[in-house]
Write a protein that binds this ligand. Structure first.
Ligand SMILES: Cc1ncc(COP(=O)(O)O)c(C=O)c1O
Length: 396
């Protein structure tokens, strides 16, 4: 790691060492720390010559189940497939509707469409950008009985308001499928994401808090029948080789990915704690500089962290005025940023058939214009964070 140190005093009074660049995410630092264990794990699989499912995958499934508090886990090829498997397993059928957040990664909604169902989008809580239970209620009151499931997303690593959503699920008798793709290790009132609904989908895409060296996903559930059904679905709808009782998919996890994930899983809690510590540092730096204030009139705003949530900061996202100009300024200084997400789901071209229009879901639309993800990963240094904060102060 090169961090040539040029001391610089900014207008905002920081005294950060000035790194050459600050990446949004640098996985090579993690690799340096675990390289030997990863190589041993890959060698173990190569020596076994067993590459798909098998013992390595079964062991990983058990380990993840115990981390999340669910009784079963079914590994598959991606988080996108995990959502689809969960939807089919809980009984979603063509013609059903499934309610989800308008502000998420595309797969939260495309998996619903792929199951043959109709996504119903509800607006988000502007403080957390998670599905707003009040707005979800309004949709349930108008679209019931079509809505057969709730699919909240634990956005950026913070659980949606599960108190309110579980109440809705009970009242309207619909199951919850958690989109926990960004939230492995997160919790709500001490219960882990993955055990807060009937089933939960995780992604181990390389940028995630627990990440594979390729695509990988998994579903957790405490319903043994659903788990069994998903094991068939991920393997061409087959319980017995070459006999198929339904259409499934080829969505099996590779043993090499499982072996790598098993090396990483024991580090997850510590890595998540390091992310939390870095989030606290950003917050302190922004408050000290006057970039955020209690009145909300400052140029950037932080998202609210619920006292009931263990937020694992998959992303560290601020809301910024003149967001695109700020982003260009940071890019000029080689500071990595990203916009999760520039287009809310109800306005994606492929969902035009659902008939949503601009201004239908104003909080999601405003968020799409304001959010900016800043560098966040466990190995991010305090100097790098100081330089990010100083640069944002310099811009404003
Ligand atoms: C909220 C959300 N849902 C679903 C997915 C899909 O996961 P994957 O990329 O593993 O298919 C992702 C990840 O990209 C995600 O962030």
């Amino acid at each position: 790691m090169k961090h040539p140190s040029r001391q610089k005093q900014s207008a905002a009074g920081f005294r950060a060492k000035r790194p050459e660049a600050v990446p949004l995410l640098d996985l090579s630092r993690q690799y340096l720390a675990i390289r030997q264990d990863v190589l041993v794990a890959i060698e173990r699989v190569c020596a076994s010559q067993h590459f798909i499912l098998g013992e390595e995958v079964a062991a990983f499934e058990q380990e993840v189940a115990s981390v999340t508090g669910a009784t079963s886990a079914v590994a598959c090829a991606s988080g996108t497939d995990a959502l689809w498997l969960a939807l089919i397993a809980v009984g979603i059928q063509p013609g059903d509707a499934v309610l989800t957040s308008a502000f998420s990664f595309f797969a939260s909604a495309s998996a619903i469409a792929r199951a043959g169902a109709r996504p119903v989008f509800a607006d988000v809580d502007p403080d957390t950008l998670n599905l707003d239970a009040g707005r979800a209620r309004a949709k349930l009151e108008t679209s019931r009985p079509d809505i057969r499931a709730l699919l909240p997303v634990h956005l950026y690593g913070q659980c949606a308001d599960m108190d309110a959503l579980q109440k809705l699920a009970e009242e309207f008798k619909v199951p919850i499928i958690e989109d926990a793709a960004q939230a492995i290790g997160a919790a709500w009132r001490g219960r882990r994401a993955g055990s807060l609904g009937l089933a939960a989908a995780f992604s181990f895409y390389p940028t995630k808090n627990l990440s594979a060296y390729g695509d990988a996903g998994l579903v957790t559930t405490s319903n043994v029948e659903y788990a069994e059904h998903m094991r068939h679905l991920r393997n061409h709808g087959s319980a017995k080789r070459y006999y198929h009782d339904e259409f499934g998919a080829n969505s099996r996890l590779d043993a090499i990915q499982a072996a790598i994930l098993r090396v990483k899983l024991p580090h997850l809690d510590e890595w998540n704690s390091q992310r939390q510590a870095r989030a606290a540092i950003y917050e302190r730096l922004f408050r000290e500089s006057g970039l955020v204030d209690a009145k909300g009139s400052s140029p950037i705003r932080l998202l609210h962290v619920s006292p009931h949530a263990r937020h694992v900061f998959h992303q560290y996202v601020i809301r910024a005025t003149r967001r695109d100009e700020l982003r260009a300024f940071l890019t000029e200084r080689k500071i990595g940023t990203e916009i999760y997400y520039p287009v809310p789901l109800h306005l994606q071209d492929c969902f035009a058939y659902l008939g949503y229009r601009e201004r239908d879901l104003p909080e999601a639309e405003l968020a799409a214009r304001e959010v900016l993800a800043l560098p966040m990963f466990p190995e991010l240094t305090e100097d790098e964070q100081g330089w990010v904060a100083e640069s944002i102060a310099d811009f404003y």
